[in-house]
Design a protein around this ligand. Sequence first.
Ligand SMILES: [Zn+2]
Length: 122
Amino acid sequence: MAGPKSIKRYKNYMLECIWNDGFRAIITLENFRKECPCADCRKEKPKDEQFGMQMLATFTPGKNELKQLNTAGNYALTPVWGDGHDSGIYTWENLRDICEKHKLSEVEIIELEEKYSGKNQK
Ligand SMILES: [Zn+2]
C-alpha cells in the first residue's frame, strides 16, 4: 500500500493525512498515540480497559506531544513522542485504518480548537 500524499501536524495537537485517493483525515495526536502498534503499548491496553481510570495513572508528560515524525523506508511512519517513546512502527495500512477510525468531523475540530484556545488563555 502506498503512503499518504501528505502528512503534517495540524495546530500542534492534531495530524492531517491526505491520501492518494483524496481521502483526507485530521486526527488528534492523542488518538494517534493511543493506537501505537508497538508491543509495549498493545500490552497496556487490556489493563486500561479493565480498570478504566488506570489510564490516567500511566500518563507521562509529553506522551501525546509529537517531537518528530520519521518514516521507515517507504512503508511506515515512526513518530518520536515527547516522552521519548519511539518504538511504534505505523505501517501505511495501519495509519489508514487509524485515519478512518479516528477522523474528526469539522464540528469536532472546531470544538477542539475552542477547548485548546481556552486553555491557553489561563
Ligand atoms: Zn508504543
